[in-house]
Design a protein around this ligand. Structure first.
Ligand SMILES: Nc1ncnc2c1ncn2[C@@H]1O[C@H](COP(=O)(O)OP(=O)(O)OP(=O)(O)O)[C@@H](O)[C@H]1O
Length: 179
């Protein structure tokens, strides 16, 4: 079984990485877990130069995300199953992903969490800009049509089982299945 894709869309701190890890632990086939956090934290971007002000993120942002989205298609086309975590807060990104991932089976998952809990997690983690979770909360699910919506305050293994049930069922009702 190749090129299967699960997209987890939700605010910062809603539990995407935690859910992705639970999915990897439970799925019957191997899935990659892909996040832009991995690129950022691995030193792909010239962060030190950006911190010094030599380069401006707003100039790099569009080609960065274009390349990221195309890489997902390339990974899937090569036969890899992907769990993609994303914060789909730019209207162009959802269209890009629908176009690029049209050949593949996509399960689109909305991850919800109440705003007070998001803010608590953000404070506790201390590694995310304060306020980003609340900002995402108000925009990230706007207009989205999912295969399944889950509660990021419930146990991650339970949520992973619910997502895998949908994946195995083959029933697809999200906006990705309309293309
Ligand atoms: N189901 C859960 N119950 C309790 N705490 C959770 C749960 N899921 C995640 N958390 C906690 O919330 C914090 C954020 O989780 P996680 O990194 O999975 O979120 P994320 O959506 O991937 O965040 P980001 O988009 O900022 O990378 C972590 O400290 C994690 O331990």
């Amino acid at each position: 079984m190749h090129g299967h894709i699960i997209i987890l869309n939700g605010p910062s701190s809603s539990g995407k990485s935690t859910t992705a890890a639970a999915l990897q632990d439970l799925a019957a086939v191997p899935f990659w877990h892909i996040s832009i956090d991995h690129l950022r934290d691995s030193g792909v971007l010239p962060n030190r130069r950006m911190d010094r002000g030599d380069f401006v993120w707003s100039d790099l942002r569009k080609p960065f995300f274009d390349g990221f989205h195309r890489s997902l298609e390339a990974y899937a086309r090569a036969g890899n199953n992907l769990i993609i975590e994303h914060i789909l807060d730019d209207p162009d990104w959802i269209d890009d992903l629908k176009r690029l991932l049209a050949p593949f089976d996509v399960v689109f998952v909305g991850l919800h969490c109440n705003v007070a809990e998001l803010q608590r997690r953000e404070r506790d983690r201390g590694d995310r800009p304060i306020g980003s979770a609340a900002r995402d909360f108000h925009t990230v699910h706007e207009g989205r049509v999912y295969d399944i919506e889950i509660d990021g305050q419930k146990e991650a293994a339970r949520n992973a089982r619910l997502i895998l049930d949908v994946w195995r069922s083959g029933n697809r009702t999200s906006e990705f299945s309309e293309t």
